[in-house]
Design a protein around this ligand. Structure first.
Ligand code: HEM
Length: 333
């Protein structure tokens, strides 16, 4: 029999889920995209997450460490052409660049013989949900109340207390300075992947793109003085002066490390090895460009890199497809 407390929690949780699950025929990926629209608004033609951004390009060169860990052709040592999209967190294309949200770095590697590698990375080492089922109630608790323009503080507090791991990313962002440049932020892949080398040896790892010139955040005074939109022009000017490079590093998992929960960072003591270099040498003059038609589905992987069993990773492809379908059909009108 249910206790009174568990019945109350079930009732509140059901009400948190309600706005997005009233139609039995709505699939989970569609409901997830609806949830993003409910919080950030529906902005025709734009991505429902990381809506504000710009497109750039360059190349990637892998090294011997990468080749020892994976047979993927991206590590061959040859220059691999890359399309990159830098973005600001959330579904609002007018979001302020001063927001304490994640910055994104999404990449399309064009490999020999038509093979592709797609990846979308963020400027935090953890994600905000540990399971795909938390995505809906996470956003449901954040839907603004029309009366106040703010989320209901009681719903929000209750959801956070019941799901404390969903507060870790916001806590990280609150204590980390806002990036001064798309080219001066550290980007993590967050989900774990399996690297398999030519001899069939397997190693699980998480990757990060570390800016060669260092991660540089704004002081509170600098943040105050910046306009709301500075990141795109700053990157254009930076790249016009000199290419911007990132070291591609792999954090190697050890036995017992959690491979299936993107809210759990691994200990700092884990070995981190450089496996290649990303160079951005061109930025599109306006928003869009080649990136518009790409959805950076992180399950499109080259032979030699496999997904882990992380359910959040496995759940990413479908909502990305839903968002792509909506924004492309809207911009075609
Ligand atoms: C259940 C989990 C997730 C859902 C429902 C979700 C949903 C979405 C959606 C709908 C888009 C827009 C796709 C498009 O229109 O092309 C998107 C983009 C993005 N997501 Fe996720 N996401 C999830 C997990 C993650 C994780 C774990 C990361 C962390 C690495 C991440 C990072 C990004 C980035 C950087 C973009 C922007 C890519 C670009 O520039 O096109 N997402 N996500």
């Amino acid at each position: 029999m249910k206790t009174l407390a568990s019945a109350a929690v079930t009732t509140v949780l059901s009400s948190l889920l309600l706005p997005f699950t009233t139609h039995a025929q709505t699939s989970l990926p569609e409901a997830q995209v609806n949830a993003l629209e409910s919080v950030f608004g529906k902005h025709a033609g734009f991505r429902r997450a990381q809506a504000k951004g710009l497109c750039a390009s360059g190349y990637f060169v892998g090294n011997t460490v990468g080749r020892a860990l994976s047979s993927a052709s991206v590590f061959s040592g040859d220059k691999v052409p890359v399309v990159a999209r830098f973005s600001v967190g959330g579904g609002n294309p007018q979001a302020s660049d001063k927001s304490r949200s994640v910055r994104g770095l999404a990449l399309q590697f064009s490999l020999p013989q038509g093979e592709q590698w797609l990846t979308a990375n963020i400027s935090a080492p953890m994600y905000f949900v540990s399971r795909p089922e938390q995505f809906l109630p996470f956003f449901s608790a954040r839907v603004p109340d029309p009366a106040t323009g703010k989320p209901d503080p009681i719903n929000l507090k209750l959801f956070s207390e019941l799901n404390p791991e969903t507060t870790l990313q916001a806590a990280y962002l609150a204590r980390t300075p806002v990036p001064s440049s798309y080219g001066a932020a550290n980007y993590w892949g967050v989900n774990a992947f399996e690297f398999v080398n030519a001899r069939g040896k397997s190693q699980f790892a998480r990757w990060q793109f570390v800016p060669e010139q260092g991660a540089l955040g704004l002081t509170d005074a600098e943040l105050k003085a910046r306009p709301d939109h500075f990141l795109a022009d700053e990157l254009r000017q930076r790249v016009a002066a000199a290419p911007v490079a990132f070291d591609f590093k792999l954090q190697l998992a050890e036995i017992g490390d959690v491979l299936t929960d993107p809210t759990k960072v691994w200990p700092d003591t884990r070995t981190v090895v450089p496996a290649g270099k990303l160079v951005i040498d061109r930025v599109e003059p306006d928003a869009g460009g080649a990136c518009d038609r790409i959805t950076f589905n992180p399950l499109v992987l080259p032979k030699g890199i496999k997904p882990s069993a992380d359910p959040v990773l496995l759940a990413r492809a479908a909502p990305y497809g839903v968002s792509l379908g909506r924004r492309l059909s809207e911009s075609a009108k």
